[in-house]
Design a binder for this molecule. Sequence first.
Ligand code: NAD
Length: 448
Amino acid sequence: MLQTAQNLIRQTGKTLNLSNSDIEKLVTPEHIHKAMLEIELDNGTKKSFQAYRVQHSSKLGPYKGGIRFHPQVSLPEVQALATLMSIKCSVAGIPLGGGKGGIIIDPKTLSITELERLSRAYVRAFYDFIGEEKDIPAPDVNTNGQIMSWMVDEYIKLRTKNLELRTSDVTPEQLSKWRGSFTGKPIEIGGSLGRTEATGRGGVIALKALLSKLPTSLKLPSFAYGFGRAQRGAGSSKPTIAVQGFGNVGYYFAEIASKEGFDIVAVSDSKGGIVYKNMEPLDIPLVMNCKKEKGALSGCYCVGGVCDLRGGRAVSNEDLLELPVDILVPAALENVIHRGNMTKIRAKIIVEMANGPVTEEAQDYLVEKGVIIIPDVLANSGGVMVSYFEWFQNLHNEVWSEEKVNKKLLELMTATFAPIWERHYRTKTPLKNAAFEVAIERMTTEES
Ligand code: NAD
């Protein structure tokens, strides 16, 4: 992943005629922090865990990026993700840079109290490097609002102590500002309304922005808004979508897209998925209820009996990617579209809601074939956009309504899409390259 990100930055740097030293600055993180976190386990013994915080670029503002708890966390992975955060924040035109953190741990092996101790230990180890004006972490894989609330609490305790203040001396404005040192927090302690749905919502906005351009600016013979009709008879004229992954990103993408007039005809989670016969649309809230009840989507269909989703059938994760849909939305894992299946992809548009779901080789092949890929740094940037709104609200001691957050997300995502599309259309470069060009131009020309 690190190699891929760095290759694309080097290639973009050359396209933009940057000097070798400027290109090397772009691929090299500004700081790499490492720490061994020792915590006491519930049985009284001590155990240490390797932790990282990589701060890639602060050219456009304080570092921003999640903290991942996973057994496969590694320094190159954290560095790659920090690098991509710099690109993503720049693509979004927000005054933030790129960072990422991680701890090598399978959190399922810890009790809740051990998890809290580990989260607080992370903050103590990196206290000097984080803060609302330095580096603003957020949740990532296996971390959530609860972990952010422990972390921000630890941070505020340390800050209060270092300034030799009593808790009662901290003003509401000061407290709100300090809470801006982390995003993805629960609403009660300064989290933003609309954050949970933001990544999915942003992806739907980007997709609609793309579709609004296609009929007039691109001559795709098989594509018109609604070409999925061909597979489904004359009854429906809505574009069809298959979504891989039914977690925070995939579920909200599916739910919001179906409200916005798309037909979600297939969804999947780690155990497999479901698709309706004749590619009829799924009722997404009903599917979610069924998943909650049965534990997995693959339990939400039946063959020859009473079932929740009559007419549905099971589909494997691999087969879902190859369905004859208009739009494919990989929203689970990286590298799911690769050399082995790229020739079988039938969708005309891919929305990269997961990070890096299409390999470099598959991207080249599909783009050559005429498939339009909305790149991850654009498609899933709704999350960091609303994290930025959360930070902004904290710094200014404001609380925005959900309506205001959604309106601002729509405006920002629409404004983000426009210059990338314009460059893609003008230079015929794929959207991913266009997004990197826009981002790197801003990182190398804007005043810091
Ligand atoms: P999540 O843990 O909430 O959901 C992941 C989903 O993927 C689950 O439904 C899980 O069952 C499914 N899944 C796991 N393995 C699978 C497999 N082999 N095949 C199909 N489905 C599988 O995670 P999320 O927050 O929805 O994140 C999904 C992706 O989006 C990740 O790549 C993440 O980095 C990226 N992303 C998330 C956000 C965000 O705001 N949550 C922002 C940007 C990017």
